[in-house]
Design a protein around this ligand. Sequence first.
Ligand code: NAD
Length: 388
Amino acid sequence: MANEMESLNPNGVIGAEETIDTSKRLKVGIIGTGWIAESHIESYLKMPDVDIVAGADIIPGKARAFFKRFNVDARVYLSTEELLEKEELDAVSVCTYNAAHAKCAILALNAGINVLLEKPMCVTIEEAAEIVKAEKRSGKVLSVGFQPRFDPNMKMIKKIVESGELGDIYYIQTGGGRRRGIPTPFGTSFIQKDTAGIGALADIGCYSLDMALNAIGYPKPLTVTGYKSDFFGKNKDYFRTEGKPESYADIFGVDDFAAAFIRLEGGIILDFRIAWAMHLDTPGDTIIMGKKGSLRIPSTECWNGSVGGEMTIYHDLEGLGTETKVPVIEDQSKGLFYQKIRSFLDAVKNGGAAPVPASQIIYNQAILDGIAKSADLGHEIEIVIPEI
Ligand SMILES: NC(=O)c1ccc[n+]([C@@H]2O[C@H](COP(=O)([O-])OP(=O)(O)OC[C@H]3O[C@@H](n4cnc5c(N)ncnc54)[C@H](O)[C@@H]3O)[C@@H](O)[C@H]2O)c1
């Protein structure tokens, strides 16, 4: 049986010792062989109980070239349907762009295959509900690819909240962003409406929401007033100065900035802002305010779901306003990406629960969807979670 032991060494560094049972092997497939699929295959290749047997990409030749680059002898297909029909798989990584997440995840679950689905979960709340329904019907594991969950600092945020040190939480400010950073690493799949569906709001916004919501136990979102804009993405000068084709501005079809005010069950307020680009260094730290104390989590320069420095707890000690510093914990594991995949495979092998369950992330998606819809309508809306 897989056995992972966490140990805290004298320097406050968390390390993981791991033994993997290789008597049961897993046949794995990769759907969508673009940029992030590289991180998936690199992690799978480190696992002695995994056989990467097949993959699919809708672009002819792309999957073949991908596996060749990693020296993996896998069968390749041009559609998820054909991959699922011809292969007997235990698990797939769904690494397509956002707009194809729901379709590919549901096809795989319907075929009785466990799914590791890249973030954001999908584009709309309706898609998220269909994914959760398919997961329930299948009885398989579906985990959403939030690797920051495995960051020891993120775990510390949750531990601080759960310890009661902050008391009842009533207000959270979260989000982050980059001064310049509209993602166009290998093309336009992040900036076109038909492939990405949503922009910065979902791409990096989903991480900030997960940081805060996971810490407080994922309360249900109730209402949202949202705003989004595309002032940088629609500006030809932006792409020219970034050394990218000016024509990207013509096809830019998503948001590059979003902000929202969200009410959560339990009387908690969530104040959110996220940017791929802005005339500012950061739109602010994450703060979690409670009746007994508050926590400040420094933002990062290039927001991707990590902690920008030591955190501070503000509380009273014998009536005296006191600050407690929480040092940054260095991750000494094989990496957050490795852990997200290993924890998924362990759940598949051992019949465990999904490490990042869709039952939680549907609330994350409901907020993203709510912000987009409220922004389009120009007023506050109720967040309605479909019956599952
Ligand atoms: N977890 C992380 O750190 C992280 C980082 C980057 C991207 N991502 C997520 O990963 C996903 C992919 O991002 P990317 O940068 O790899 O994009 P990409 O555009 O480089 O790759 C996506 C690939 O999916 C393929 N594809 C699309 N629809 C398909 C379908 N129906 N069947 C098979 N293949 C299909 C495309 O042809 C493309 O090759 C996005 O949802 C993104 O948000 C996660």
